[in-house]
Every structure is written in C-alpha cells, then in structure tokens.
Ligand binder design. Structure first.
Ligand code: GN1
Ligand code: MG
Length: 368
C-alpha cells in the first residue's frame, strides 16, 4: 500500500471511528507479516487501527467476531481477578460495529495499552519465565471457553499434512530457478516422512482447546514500569487448536539465538536454559490442570512449529511470495532455511530436549 493511497483511505476510515484525519497523527506499528497496522494519536486518545489482509483472512468478520468473543471472556475473568493480564478489546465504530468496510477493505480498531513495549528476542531466563507464564495464563483462562463457538479463521491452519500438500502443489507449479534455489530444503522436508506421520498420529490423540496460534515473543506487551508482560496481543488466529502449537511457537522464537529471518545459520544455537525456564513457567501457568498427554505433546510442538513454518515459508517462496510480506527476493527462502535449521538442531539433541520438556518441574511462582 503506497503512502498516498493510505492517506486517502485513512481519511475515509477514521471518521467511521469518530475522528477526522486532520486531528490524527498516524504511524506504522509492529512487525507483523500479514496485516497493515497503525498507531493513531489524537489530542485525547491513542488507539490502534488495522487493515485486515483479505488474501489471508478471507472472512474478515470471523476475525473480528472471534476477537470480540475472546476479549469479552477474558474481560469477565479480569473483572473477577481471575486473569492478571489486560484483555485487548476492539473499539466500536460510530454505528457500534467491530469493523468498517471502506473501498472493499476491512478495518478495525483496537484498544491501545499505554506505557508498553514489545521485544523481538528474549533477554534472560527471568524474562523467559514471565513470557511463558503469560502465554500459559492466556490459554488457561480460555480453558472453559467452548472452542466450537469460534470460527475457523484459516482452514487447517496448523495441519502439517495439509501444509505438505500445499508445498507439493507449489513444487508442481514453480518455475525452474525457484525450484533449484529451494531444492535442498525441499529434499530435506521430503526426507522427514516419519516425523510427519508421527505428528499426524500425535495430533489425533489430543484435546482441542482455544489456542492463540501465533505465540511469538513479539505478540506480548511488556510494561515499561515493571518490565513484566501486560497483555497478549494479535488475536487474529485465535481458534480451536492444540496446546503443542502455542508452546512450540513460543519456544521457537525464544530459544533460537538468531531471528527467524536471519541467514547467519552457522551462528544459530539453542539456549537450553531458556527452554528449561519456559517449560517450568508454562506448566506452572496451568496450575496442575495439564493432562499428561498434553504435557508430553509439548515435545512434539517444539519440533513441529519450526518445521511447519519452514514448509509454509518455502511454499510461499515457490508461489512467488504471495502470502508473507517480504523485503527482498529470497526473503521467504532464507526464513524457510532458518526454521529448518532450528528443527534440525532440536532433532540433534533429542534426549536433552526430552529430558528438559518432560522432567522439568513446574515453577513454584506466579507472575502478576
Ligand atoms: C505471521 O503476521 P504475523 O507476524 O502476526 C503468520 C504466523 C507465522 C508468523 C511468522 C495468519 O504472523 O502464522 O507464524 O507470521 N500469521 C498468519 O513470523 O499466517
Ligand atoms: Mg499474527
């Protein structure tokens, strides 16, 4: 979206939320790979404005309606002192809707929590404990929410078999140069059929619950005052899912020594102390309510999430970068190789991984 188009459209969108563009200072917000997100400041209010990506979210109303349901549930818990984080709510338009459609594009506005910051990489094990506890609290607070009342935002979003089918379709349709560039990664993914079969088997035995499905560390807000997590943000993909997905996504962004789009693979390592801290605090956040089957599944989630994301990045690379935002030609390939390397590193240390994830006791503390 170019700046001129943005301003023109924003001038039409803002009045629907009760503001004129002339009274607003607007800046880009966040590093999301999908939506366009802005911070809007007026003299008396600051809020978040977001244009939903309709190529990805083909039913944008499902996104805003799910978000309303989730935040209402969390707000009730928060009002009763049963949820220590701040629920992020969607604001209403002047005609009391949770979205507005302008020139065919869906926009929504979100409550802005002041005095907060986000982080792209974890600082230390103390911070890891607070991160894991926050994500666990979020999911635990939704454990009495009927996941069937939420729409399936993206069909089979975290279904590995479906992601492999999509990769195979992309391979069939890709140009020769892209196939050559991606060859090593394609071959490696195709060599992991036992792992894929094992995931399919594990998934069949797991209970469905409401999951966030994008538990990257940068989807947490931290307080500038306490430096502790204040809110879980980006509820776009909240829907029925499996706990191992949320745990694995958190681990992949907290335990790798380099960012998910770094090409510096020789310097990628896993911080095992961080994994221990994450596991301990995550399990503690469920206050003894995790079944053995879900606890054991966390192990699968750690390998699954980088592997599946690698498959998704590679598919998008072969499809000509139609899904994830990219800033250079091989960006998605670099991301795919990065996540595959992370998967390999976890696989190389299978017994250490198992030991940490299955034997680390729950942390005896809560973070408020
Ligand atoms: C996308 O846009 P963002 O950064 O919230 C993606 C996630 C990926 C993530 C990788 C709807 O999330 O699944 O894990 O990029 N979201 C969607 O950084 O596909
Ligand atoms: Mg997201």
């Amino acid at each position: 979206m170019t700046q001129s188009i943005t301003n023109e459209i924003l001038a039409l969108v803002l009045p629907k939320f009760g503001y004129s563009i002339d009274d607003c200072q607007i800046s880009l917000l966040g590093n999301g790979l999908i939506n366009n997100t802005y911070l809007v400041k007026t003299t008396d209010k600051t809020f978040v404005l977001q244009c939903l990506n309709q190529q990805v979210f083909t039913s944008p109303l499902n996104v805003t309606n799910n978000a309303d349901q989730i935040s209402s549930h969390l707000q009730v818990k928060s009002d009763n002192n049963r949820y220590a984080l701040t629920p992020v709510c969607q604001l209403r338009t002047t005609d009391n809707k949770n979205h507005v459609v302008v020139q065919g594009q869906y926009w929504r506005s979100l409550h802005y929590i002041p005095n907060c910051y986000t982080v792209e990489s974890i600082a230390n094990v103390e911070q890891a404990s607070t991160v894991a506890n926050a994500f666990a609290q979020f999911t635990a607070a939704l454990s009495d929410f009927n996941s069937e009342s939420l729409a399936e935002i993206i069909t089979q979003f975290h279904d590995l078999s479906m992601r492999i089918v999509q990769l195979n379709q992309a391979i069939d349709n890709a140009s020769k140069p892209l196939l050559i560039a991606a060859q090593a990664s394609i071959q490696f993914i195709q060599s992991q059929q036992n792992f894929i079969d094992n995931i399919v088997k594990t998934t069949k035995s797991l209970p469905l619950r409401v999951t966030h499905n994008d538990t990257k560390i940068n989807n947490l807000l931290f307080s500038t005052e306490t430096n502790k997590p204040v809110a879980v943000i980006d509820l776009d993909t909240c829907m029925a899912g499996y706990l191992m997905h949320d745990f694995g996504d958190m681990v992949r962004t907290c335990c790798a020594s380099i960012a998910e789009d770094s090409a510096d693979l020789d310097n990628m390592s896993i911080d095992w102390n961080m994994l221990t801290a994450l596991t301990s605090a995550y399990v503690a956040g469920f206050n003894g309510s995790l079944s053995e089957i879900e606890r054991t599944s966390l192990l699968c989630g750690i390998k699954l999430m980088p592997f599946m994301l690698s498959t998704r990045f590679l598919t998008d690379f072969l499809n000509g970068d139609r899904y994830f935002k990219t800033t250079y030609a091989r960006h998605n390939l670099v991301r795919a190789e990065n996540q595959l390397q992370l998967y390999k590193l976890f696989c190389q240390q299978e017994s250490l991984l198992t030991d940490i994830v299955l034997s680390t006791p729950a942390l005896n503390a809560t973070y408020k």
